[in-house]
Structures are given as C-alpha cells and as structure tokens.
Design a protein around this ligand. Structure first.
Ligand SMILES: [Cu+2]
Length: 159
C-alpha cells in the first residue's frame, strides 16, 4: 500500500515538473516587451528575441495571452513604399538561430486588450510551438520609439 501511494506521489510530482519546465530548455526568450498604446487602442504590438540553441529547428505556430482576446503572428513588409502587416501562420526558428520580433518586422499582434495597459505593466504571453509544446514569457509594457512606424494606430497619426 505504502509503495503504491509513494509511486503515485512520484508520478504526480513528475507530471507537475514536466508541465512547468519550458518546452525546450534550448530555447531562450530575451527582452520581451509590449509597446504602450493609447488607452483606447484595439491592438498592441509585442516584441522579443528568441534563440534556439538546439540542433533542430522549431516553429512558432501561435500565441495567446490572458490579457487579450487574441494574439496573432504578424510581419510588417514594405511594398511600393507602403507598410503592410501580413499575418503569419507560423514562424520558423532554425537550428542555432536567433529570430527577432522587433518594430518594423515580425511582431505579436495583441488584439482586444481585456484591461487597460500602461508602461510598467506586465503581460504573460504563451507561444505555441509545433509538436504542441508551449513557451511562456512575461513581457513588460514600455513606451516605443515614436519614430518606429507600424501598429494600426500609428497609421492614423502624423509623426
Ligand atoms: Cu500587426
């Protein structure tokens, strides 16, 4: 009896540990942040750098955050001098590669905030990887450089 109880406890501990460990210890997220937007903004942009120290490429296939209705992977591209954002079904991080989500390029499009966010606030974001793994990060809301184009709001403003 004791033994079976003990092995049950061990099994539970192992499954808890399994869930809390990052999907892949070889993946590293650096400097996650969300650009502060006007309080009525319907969309905010999120940025981070991801490094893949493993010998296998991984794919980011989606993202979510409990502070937003929806999170999409976007890329800003310039076509004939016009900046456009294109939703990406997935973003590959090659083996031993670094991919930057940064203003003017790849970004997380954080859609319909559930609460008002201002500089200094924290936003938990989960990346979904291929094979069903997840990678969590805590982004800090910061003021972005005013010169950076992109973001839907900025399209309606003159800088
Ligand atoms: Cu976007």
């Amino acid at each position: 009896m004791r033994n079976s109880l003990l092995s049950m406890v061990i099994a539970i501990l192992m499954s808890v540990a399994g869930n809390s460990i990052a999907a892949d210890a070889h993946l590293m997220i650096m400097d996650p942040w969300v650009r502060e937007a006007p309080p009525n903004a319907k969309m905010l942009a999120g940025y981070f750098t991801i490094m893949n120290h493993s010998g296998k490429s991984v794919e980011i296939v989606g993202a979510s955050s409990d502070k937003f209705e929806k999170v999409e992977l976007h890329k800003t591209v310039h076509e004939e001098g016009v900046a456009k954002m294109i939703a990406q079904p997935s973003v590959e991080v090659g083996k031993h590669a670094t991919v930057k989500f940064q203003p003017g390029g790849l970004h997380l499009m954080l859609i319909e905030p559930k609460t008002k966010l201002k500089a200094g606030d924290k936003v938990d974001i989960t990346l979904k990887l291929n094979k069903g793994d997840e990678l969590k990060m805590t982004a800090v809301v910061k003021k972005g450089g005013a010169k950076e184009e992109h973001s839907h709001e900025h399209m309606h403003h003159d800088h």
